[in-house]
Design a protein around this ligand. Structure first.
Ligand code: GLN
Length: 311
C-alpha cells in the first residue's frame, strides 16, 4: 500500500479517536495527572522496517503509568525466569478494576496477573533486590529506543502523596507472604517506574520491538528474548486493558497495554508497533480515543490478530 493511502487511513482513525474525547475525562486521583489537556491526541506507528508515521501530539511527554508493567515484567522474566515470576503472580484476567484488591483478598493467594496493580507491585518486589531504579530506567530507554526518558518528579511526588490504596494492596500482599522484600521500597520502585516520561513515538518503538520478536531492526541487536516477548504479548491481549480486555480483543484484536497517563502501546505481530497518547480516559481508566481509533486501523489495514484481511 502506498504511503499516501496509509496516511489517509491513519487520518480517518485519528478523527474517530478525536470524536470520542469529549466522552472521557483525565485521571484526577493522581492530582498532577489532572493537569493534562484532555484534547491532546497523538498516534505514532513504527513499522518493522523502522518507518515512522506520526499524527498529532506524538512528541508530547506524558507518564507511562501502567505501560511500565510490561517493562518490569520483561525484566523480571529475563532475569528470574518464567517459573519464579509466575510462582508469585498468576496469568489470568481478573475481570476487576486495575486497583482492585477484592479478588486477591477473598479468593486467591496470588494476584491474578502482572497487569493489575497487585500483580505489578509483586513484580516490583521481585526486582527490588536485583535492580536499581536507574538500571530499570536504562532498560526502558533501551526498549523504547528513547534516551531522553526520565522520571517526571512532579507526577511521582503527586502519586506518592496519594498512595494509600496501593499501599493497602502492598501490605495485603505482604500479609499473604507474596511480597517478601521491603514493602515501602517495592511501592516506591513501582511508582517511579509509572512516573517515567515517554512519548507516543517511544511507545511505538517498543511496540515495534515486540512485533519483531525482540529484535531492534535498526541495529539487528536482540533486545529481549523471544520467549519473554511471546509471554508479554499474550498477557497484553488477555489482560492489558484490565476488565475491558475481552471486548477490546474481540473488536480490535491488537494486543495493547494502557496507562492512566493516557498512553496505549499496541503490537501488530510481525508488522508494527503503535503508540497512542490521549489523556481523556474511559471509566476503566483506558484512553477513550483508543478503542475507536485502533478499531478503525484494525479494520482498514487488516490488523486483527485472527483476521489479517480487511473486514
Ligand atoms: N500509577 C498508577 C496506579 O498505580 C497506574 C495505574 C494505571 O495506569 N492504570 O494507580
Amino acid at each position: 500500500m502506498e504511503k499516501e493511502k496509509i496516511m489517509s487511513i491513519l487520518e480517518g482513525a485519528f478523527d474517530k479517536g478525536r470524536e470520542a474525547i469529549p466522552g472521557g475525562a483525565v485521571a484526577t486521583y493522581i492530582p498532577e495527572l489532572g493537569k493534562a489537556d484532555k484534547n491532546n491526541l497523538g498516534l505514532s506507528i513504527c513499522t518493522k522496517y523502522g518507518e515512522h508515521y506520526n499524527i498529532g501530539d506524538t512528541t508530547t511527554r506524558f507518564t507511562i503509568q501502567s505501560i511500565s508493567k510490561i517493562i518490569s515484567l520483561a525484566l523480571a522474566l529475563e532475569h528470574m525466569g518464567v517459573e519464579k515470576v509466575f510462582a508469585k503472580v498468576g496469568m489470568e484476567p481478573s475481570g476487576e478494576a486495575f486497583n482492585s484488591l477484592v479478588e486477591l483478598d477473598l479468593n486467591s493467594n496470588k494476584p491474578f496477573n502482572p497487569m493489575i496493580n497487585s500483580g505489578a507491585l509483586t513484580v516490583s518486589s521481585l526486582l527490588l533486590p536485583e535492580f536499581t531504579f536507574e538500571q530499570m530506567t536504562d532498560y526502558t530507554r533501551k526498549v523504547c529506543l528513547d534516551p531522553e526518558i526520565a522520571i517526571n518528579e512532579a507526577v511521582f511526588q503527586s502519586e506518592m502523596s496519594h498512595i494509600s490504596r496501593n499501599r493497602a494492596i502492598a501490605y495485603l500482599l505482604e500479609s499473604k507472604g507474596i511480597i517478601e522484600t521491603d514493602v515501602e521500597g517495592s511501592l516506591e520502585l513501582y511508582t517511579k517506574m509509572c512516573s517515567l516520561n515517554v512519548t507516543a513515538e517511544s511507545l511505538s518503538n517498543f511496540g515495534m520491538i515486540l512485533a519483531t520478536g525482540g529484535i531492534n531492526p535498526k541495529t539487528g541487536e536482540r533486545v529481549i528474548s523471544g520467549r519473554t516477548v511471546a509471554i508479554i504479548k499474550t498477557i497484553m491481549l488477555t489482560c492489558g486493558m484490565y476488565d475491558g480486555s475481552g471486548e477490546f480483543a474481540v473488536r480490535v484484536g491488537i494486543p495493547t497495554k494502557s496507562g492512566v497517563g493516557g498512553g496505549l502501546l499496541s503490537v501488530v505481530d510481525d508488522r508494527m508497533g503503535i503508540g497512542v497518547y490521549g489523556p481523556s480516559l474511559d471509566e476503566k481508566g483506558n484512553c477513550i480515543a483508543g478503542r475507536p481509533l485502533l478499531q478503525h486501523l484494525s479494520e482498514e489495514l487488516g490488523l486483527h490478530i485472527f483476521n489479517r484481511s480487511r473486514f
